[in-house]
Design a protein. Structure first.
Length: 570
């Protein structure tokens, strides 16, 4: 969508901001639209599609560029769709210049196909798809039917994800796509299918992360997508950042010669946004002989999946009320917020019980005779329909859980801040709100303590940002397979003083994670690995940069690509 800066807006009734938000209407500045059009339109014969034309800034930019390329009738080369009937009021200048009404559809783009435009395929898809959160996405369209090529899109996906996928069906072979997208393209779990699509369907892709916020009232950063050579898998994906529109323009002009490659093994693409010095430092430290990947010393698994925690996970008071016997109850940690320090001890579990937390898992054995009080509890749940829930109905009987595994440590995996290891001294299991970490039997208690402390360092936190994904609202999600790549000490050469363990544990419990990281960095990164203070600071800043990319409303300090008066990108 775009915002017109010419007189063509005259007489158009303004709409409420809330109405615009529900339609995903955030209008692109004309100077940005012109930069994208200049990159995408290469020939006077190019035909351009804007799948959500809004205020028509991309149309205005496309006509100007087509005219510059030598096109005699540029208005006949622009096509588009928009769901809002009022947006047709913006089209009058283009129709006066030769366009016809049939070039512009009043429809949701996702309900159209190329036949709606006479079966034409386009040289260029240009625009700014609507940003509509999943709970506002209209249900009348069966969105998953739009998805081909084996792509499965999460029900939590933003509307723009479907627009990008669907827009590919309108491109000619060799066509180009230039879109303004949210920064979640780089890191969001639900955007992973789009990342795979771009890599496999275009010969070259450049992503330009913009430091400046483009849209008023929008917290998320913006990414400009430049994709060329549709229909060819070039596996050439690069990423750079730009401070402002002038830097974006230079990036578009020089797009083949800039950007940091994003390898095919990268689940999230956010790590490629780091400046070269930070990325080189990170890579060098990761190869240090004193470090290894968590996969070499431990397994990481999801916790117990119950299918209905309100039935299976009970407080002590609720268990007493139901008169459930102790033999069907197992101590369990049901929330990540319950494990905050470096260790979770028996006294911490007792505190949960005393505070009324749900901390007992109901585990009954179908092979044994079921006491009447347990049978009543099961029958009550069945009457409420709990037995028909997705995870429950897959078990036989639905209420019988496997005996829970007791992990050596817990690992937060969905958090607004950084995940870290918490040693399980209370011998509790956990729900799938937390990952389970099971160390190899050869790992001593002292080694496990050193690994836990190391997990609070800036290096570990940066690695979590690199391998993790943004899951909406700025939450960092680290899957078990990704967690296996996190760095830990290789062996017992890093020994943690009890004083340091106690200090970091206390700081974490007090809600002072930054201070805990400072203490851990002094002990592990400076004292053990021998890094300089400057290197540690660079790691902290790199981690902060990636965190701010995913946390709404907190602009990242983009350092990778900077436009200077000399016209060079640094």
């Amino acid at each position: 969508m775009g915002v017109m800066v010419s007189g063509s807006q005259t007489g158009v009734r303004p709409r409420s901001r809330d109405a615009d938000r529900r339609l995903g209407a955030f209008y692109t500045p004309l100077d940005v639209a012109r930069v994208l059009a200049s990159w995408a339109i290469r020939s006077p014969s190019d035909v351009v599609l804007d799948p959500s034309f809004g205020g028509c800034a991309f149309f205005e930019a496309a006509i100007a560029v087509l005219r510059d390329r030598g096109c005699d009738d540029p208005a006949r080369h622009i096509y588009g769709a928009d769901i809002d009937p009022e947006r047709r009021n913006y089209l009058q200048p283009f129709c006066s210049s030769g366009a016809i009404q049939e070039q512009f559809l009043t429809a949701d783009f996702l309900s159209t196909d190329p036949a709606a435009f006479g079966g034409a395929r386009f040289d260029v898809v240009l625009g700014n798809p609507p940003y509509v959160r999943h709970h506002w996405v209209p249900k009348k369209f069966e969105l998953q039917r739009l998805v081909g090529d084996g792509l499965a899109i999460s029900a939590r996906a933003n509307y723009w994800v479907y627009f990008v996928v669907h827009a590919c069906r309108f491109l000619r072979k060799g066509g180009r796509m230039a879109l303004v997208l949210p920064g979640s393209l780089l890191t969001a779990d639900y955007a992973a299918p789009v990342r795979r699509l771009l890599r496999s369907h275009f010969s070259e892709v450049l992503l330009v992360l913009l430091r400046d916020r483009l849209f008023e009232g929008v917290q998320e950063t913006s990414v400009v997508l430049l994709a060329a050579g549709f229909g060819t898998c070039g596996d050439d994906v690069r990423l750079c950042t730009a401070d402002h529109v002038a830097a974006l323009a230079y990036a578009c002009r020089s797009w083949r010669g800039i950007g940091r490659p994003v390898g095919p093994g990268c689940g999230s693409w956010g790590g490629a946004a780091l400046d070269s010095k930070a990325l080189d430092l990170y890579s060098r430290i990761r190869s240090d002989s004193g470090l290894t990947a968590l996969r070499n010393v431990a397994k990481v698994k999801i916790g117990t999946v119950t299918g209905c925690n309100s039935f299976f996970v009970l407080s002590a008071d609720r268990a007493r009320e139901l008169d459930l016997p102790g033999q069907v109850l197992r101590p369990i940690v049901s929330r990540a917020s319950y494990v905050r320090g470096l260790t979770f001890r028996a006294v911490d579990f007792s505190a949960l019980i005393g505070n009324g937390a749900a901390a007992y898992l109901f585990v009954a054995d179908a092979e044994e005779k079921i006491p009447a009080r347990i049978k009543r509890y099961i029958e009550t749940a069945e009457a409420e329909g709990i037995s028909t829930r997705y995870k429950c109905v897959r078990r036989e009987p639905w209420w019988q859980l496997d005996e829970p595994e007791i992990p050596d440590a817990f690992l937060h995996y969905m958090a607004g801040t950084a995940p870290h290891l918490v040693l399980n001294k209370a011998h509790c299991s956990c729900t799938n709100a937390i990952h389970q970490v099971l160390f190899a039997s050869s790992c001593s208690e002292s080694y496990r303590a050193s690994a836990a402390l190391f997990s609070t360092t800036s290096l570990f936190q940066l690695a979590a940002e690199v391998v993790g994904r943004s899951y909406g609202g700025g939450v960092l999600k680290v899957e078990p397979s990704s967690a296996l790549d996190l760095p830990v000490p290789r062996d017992g050469s890093f020994r943690v003083e009890e004083r340091t363990m106690s200090e970091v544990d206390l700081l974490l419990r007090q809600g002072r994670p930054k201070d805990a990281t400072l203490a851990a960095d002094r002990a592990a990164l400076v004292g053990w690995l021998g890094l300089s203070e400057a290197d540690v600071l660079r790691l902290r800043e790199a981690r902060q940069f990636l965190a701010e990319m995913r946390i709404p409303g907190r602009p990242a300090e983009a350092r990778h690509v900077r436009f200077r008066e000399s016209g060079r990108l640094a």
